[in-house]
Design a protein around this ligand. Structure first.
Ligand SMILES: Cc1cc2nc3c(=O)[nH]c(=O)nc-3n(C[C@H](O)[C@H](O)[C@H](O)COP(=O)(O)OP(=O)(O)OC[C@H]3O[C@@H](n4cnc5c(N)ncnc54)[C@H](O)[C@@H]3O)c2cc1C
Length: 447
């Protein structure tokens, strides 16, 4: 196609079309249920390539998708018949140890980021799976193994460079476009393509972490211990829990602590979990942060996913019983419920600092349906929806944008921010993307 040849000549990066040898690998996303065939994938090398891709999409009337790490469960990074702005060749991470910041290019993954920053014994709180995109995760919030210590990932965002759909390069940071920086702390990929994001770093190279695994009737009791522990613990402990069933359909619980206090206090802090009934495996130890970041690694593009959940103000005994009932009655070992604690540092900042409204929440509780065959789509989607309905009585009114599917109504997207913040976000959207070119995301429509 002559237009694609011209496009290729105007790029530093490369054009991939359905006839290219790497097409199938390039259109693959983490969620295997998203099997889409873009007309063209533009693998960008920098801001100029991104602007060229936007320009080409506009002149050819192609819908645009943006690909960072390809992890979004809604499959927003691929679009049937459209153009993908693919940032996977832009993965450089530059660390400035003297200033204590790191700049991640638009397609860098958490593995890229952690390797670069850990070389200097520094971290920012990121995602728990290495292949997740740094920018995609940050723009939606960011919950992980250091959330209680250092806040959401977006709380550590100090600067950004975006290419808007109109082709302008815009920067946000200290003293420059402060309103845009506020919006990028949670408002998603609505305002432009980030060619880099800059983060504040913190000294850390080792944590006491690993997995604690439990089986059987006692898992409800262990979940109560987990809840009570994080409620009273200092911000030196981040903690996540995963409830499901094992291959024999016995209730199964995984708790992943990440303790950064003095190691001689570990026993005292984690005693309540390590002495709990039903413990079948205790792999907690002092390890490097890079080792901790491998705990949840999962296969890319192999399984089908549908996620739905709520931020809750408490993990009541009734809710715990309800969660265990949901996983046991469904009885599918891959599907599970993720419970992320939001105590500690996320509470330090308010709505003037970031666009997000869920800081009052105690936990993020998400039903994660995971399966392998298309014939089982309906029952898994139905389970995730029914489980989210069971959690709803405890909901603060919104879900986590980073885990949302494409079928969430506008009210649920809006509730993640709250009314006043959503109005501010819409005003910015109108300024930076009035034509809603960037709509394959948790969309904030222009006014
Ligand atoms: C296995 C797995 C583990 C996860 N772990 C965590 C976790 O620990 N903590 C957490 O908070 N979330 C986690 N998530 C959710 C994740 O943060 C979001 O799905 C996020 O959108 C993924 O970003 P990505 O770049 O990998 O995805 P993509 O699908 O490539 O991108 C998703 C969207 O992000 C936007 N985007 C991406 N890059 C850019 C950019 N450079 N500029 C502008 N917009 C951009 C675009 O709107 C794009 O459509 C996880 C998801 C999966 C599948």
């Amino acid at each position: 196609m002559v237009e694609l040849d011209e496009l290729q000549r105007s790029l530093a990066g490369s054009v991939i079309d359905p006839a290219s040898p790497g097409y199938d690998a390039a259109r693959r996303s983490f969620n295997a249920a998203m099997d889409r065939r873009p007309a063209v994938i533009v693998r960008c090398r920098g801001a100029q390539d991104v602007a060229t891709a936007f320009d080409f999409a506009r002149t050819q009337s192609l819908e645009v998708a943006v690909r960072g790490g390809g992890h979004n469960p809604a499959g927003h990074c691929v679009v049937d018949g459209g153009l993908v702005i693919d940032l996977s060749d832009m993965r450089r991470v530059h660390v400035d140890p003297a200033v204590g910041t790191a700049r991640a290019s638009g397609g860098a993954t958490w593995l890229d980021f952690d390797r670069a920053t850990q070389a200097f014994g520094l971290v920012t709180p990121g995602g728990v799976v290495g292949s997740t995109g740094v920018c995609g995760l940050t723009l939606g919030g960011g919950i992980g193994h250091l959330t209680s210590q250092h806040g959401l990932t977006c709380d550590n965002l100090v600067g950004a460079e975006l290419v808007t759909p109109g082709g302008s390069v815009v920067r946000a940071g200290a003293g420059e476009n402060a309103e845009l920086l506020w919006a990028l702390r949670g408002g998603g990929g609505n305002f432009g393509v980030a060619t880099w994001l800059e983060f504040r770093l913190h000294p850390l190279d080792r944590v006491v972490g690993g997995r604690l695994e439990y089986r059987g009737r006692g898992v409800a009791d262990v979940l109560r211990r987990f809840r009570d522990l994080v409620a009273r613990s200092s911000r030196e402990l981040s903690c996540q829990a995963v409830v499901g069933v094992d291959e024999s359909l016995t209730a199964a619980l995984l708790v992943a602590p990440s303790f950064t206090g003095p190691s001689d206090r570990t026993r005292e802090v984690l005693e309540t979990l390590q002495s709990a009934p039903g413990l079948v495996s205790d792999a907690v130890c002092e390890q490097t942060f890079l080792e901790q970041q491998l705990l949840f690694d999962s296969p890319y593009g192999e399984n089908r996913h549908y996620w739905k959940g709520h931020f809750v103000s408490e993990l009541s005994d009734e809710l715990i019983d309800e969660l265990i009932r949901c996983v046991r009655e469904f009885g599918r070992p891959l599907s599970h419920i993720l419970i992320e604690s939001l105590h500690g540092a996320p509470k330090d900042v308010d709505g003037d600092f970031s666009a997000l409204a869920f800081r009052r929440a105690a936990f993020n509780v998400s039903a994660m349906a995971v399966w392998t065959t298309a014939s089982a789509d309906e029952e898994h989607v139905a389970w995730a929806r029914a489980t989210a309905r069971a959690i709803e009585p405890w909901s603060l009114g919104g879900g986590y944008a980073n885990y949302m599917q494409a079928d969430e109504p506008l009210e649920r997207v809006g509730a993640a921010f709250g009314g006043a913040a959503f109005d501010r976000l819409q005003a910015l959207k109108t300024r930076f993307d009035p034509g809603n070119v960037l709509r394959r995301n948790q969309n904030i429509p222009p006014l």
